[in-house]
Each structure stands twice: as structure tokens, then as C-alpha cells.
Design a protein around this ligand. Structure first.
Ligand SMILES: [Zn+2]
Length: 242
């Protein structure tokens, strides 16, 4: 490998490494996972409210049914006393009045019961719908995580291969050229090396006047662009890629 080839290749490798690192930082699955996490957090707040409403509805219904059962038991007790024939006239009148009060209470409870059952059903449905949605989001997140891990592993494998090739290619670069490349790469954000295509450097694309073109071609095969000061590879072999 010629040093000029190595220099051009090392820039390609470094740009590919930059792209891979940026890819790792901007995985679409990671962004989607954030959106899912936000949705689940919001949903968790709603679920705790929905569960509270459902518990209240269950409790209202249970209270209604328990009150009704107590009233039924009291009615039975009174009817037993009535049937025993032990109660006197005054007591009988009292028992009748209590039976009538209990009957009214039970009627009221029965009247409310249907509404309470409907409310509890609605509350249970809302809760199970919300929990099902959360489960769906959880599964979506698990799928995203798996896909993210796969993509990340692929990118990391690519990075390992590029780093191995970089090590190989570095062997063809002198310390001086390497130092110049690294300085230019920092200064020009990775775009440090130009090749000469026709009479234009490949990045700044300023046309070199015919008068100085010959001098540049005859000069060192790695020089500095007179316009943008990047490293300029004047080796004619890169013209083929133009
Ligand atoms: Zn230039």
C-alpha cells in the first residue's frame, strides 16, 4: 500500500468511525423507547386514579349488599319472634313498625344496587383496558430493546472491523504524515485529506490555475492545499476516482 493510499483510506475509516459512533448515539429504537417510557409513565398515573375509582365502586357495591344482608337478617329475626307468639301487643306493634322501616331501607338499597353494579362494571372495564394497554406498551418496549441490542451489536462489530483495518493501514503512514493528518482532522472535523481531481482539490474544489498545477503535480505526493490548507494528495492515481 502506498502512503498516499493509506492516507486517503485512513480518512475514510475515521469518517466511517465517526458515523458509526453517531449512529450508536442516535439509535431510532432508543428514541422510540423514550417515547414508550413517557407514555407508560403517563399511563401509570392514570392507572392509579382508575384503580382508586374501581376500589371505591367495589366498596360502594359491597356496602350496599352488606347492608341489604343485614336488613334481611333483621327481618328474619323479627319474623321468628313474630311466629313464636311470645310477643305482647305493644311489642308486636313495635315489630311491625321495624319491619316496615327495614322494608323501606331494603327497597332503597335495591333501587341503588343496579346503578352501583353498572358503575363497578365500568370501573373494572376501564382498569382492565388500561392494564392491557400497559402490557402492550411493555411488550413494545421489550421488542424495541431486543432490536436496539441487535443493531448496536452490528454497529459495534463494524467499529471493531474498522479499528482493526485502521491499525493495519497506519503501518503505511510515516509519523510525520500521521501527525499532520491528526492535526488537520481535528481542525477540519475529520475532512482532512483532499485528492486532486482534474485540476480541483476534492473538498474545497477551488480550481488550481494551470500555471501552478504543474508545480503541484511535480511536488511531493502529500502536500498542503494552497487554498484550504488541508492535506493534498497529488498522486495521479486518485484521478481515476474523479
Ligand atoms: Zn483545498
Amino acid at each position: 500500500m502506498k502512503e498516499t493510499e493509506a492516507l486517503v483510506r485512513i480518512q475514510e475509516i475515521d469518517l466511517a468511525l465517526m458515523r458509526s459512533k453517531s449512529k450508536l448515539d442516535n439509535m431510532p429504537q432508543a428514541k422510540k423507547r423514550l417515547a414508550v417510557a413517557t407514555a407508560r409513565k403517563k399511563l401509570a398515573g392514570e392507572i392509579s386514579k382508575i384503580v382508586g375509582i374501581r376500589k371505591d365502586a367495589d366498596m360502594d357495591l359491597e356496602e350496599n349488599e352488606a347492608s341489604h344482608r343485614r336488613a334481611e337478617e333483621q327481618v328474619e329475626e323479627i319474623q321468628e319472634k313474630y311466629a313464636s307468639g311470645e310477643a305482647g301487643y305493644r311489642e308486636l306493634a313495635d315489630l311491625e313498625s321495624r319491619l316496615s322501616t327495614l322494608a323501606k331501607r331494603m327497597e332503597k338499597l335495591e333501587f341503588k344496587h343496579g346503578d352501583l353494579v353498572a358503575k363497578a362494571e365500568v370501573a373494572h372495564k376501564r382498569e382492565s383496558d388500561a392494564l392491557a394497554l400497559d402490557k402492550k406498551l411493555q411488550m413494545e418496549d421489550e421488542a424495541l430493546l431486543e432490536s436496539l441490542n441487535q443493531s448496536t451489536a452490528q454497529v459495534r462489530q463494524g467499529i471493531r472491523e474498522l479499528l482493526a483495518e485502521r491499525k493495519e493501514v497506519c503501518q503505511y503512514l510515516s509519523d510525520d504524515v500521521m501527525a499532520r493528518y491528526e492535526a488537520a482532522a481535528r481542525r477540519f472535523d475529520g475532512l482532512a485529506v483532499e485528492t486532486l481531481r482534474a485540476s480541483q482539490p476534492s473538498i474545497c474544489r477551488v480550481t488550481i490555475p494551470a500555471s501552478s498545477f504543474g508545480d503541484i503535480r511535480r511536488g511531493p505526493s502529500i502536500t498542503e492545499c494552497p487554498y484550504c490548507h488541508r492535506l493534498l494528495v497529488t498522486d495521479g492515481m486518485f484521478d481515476l476516482n474523479a
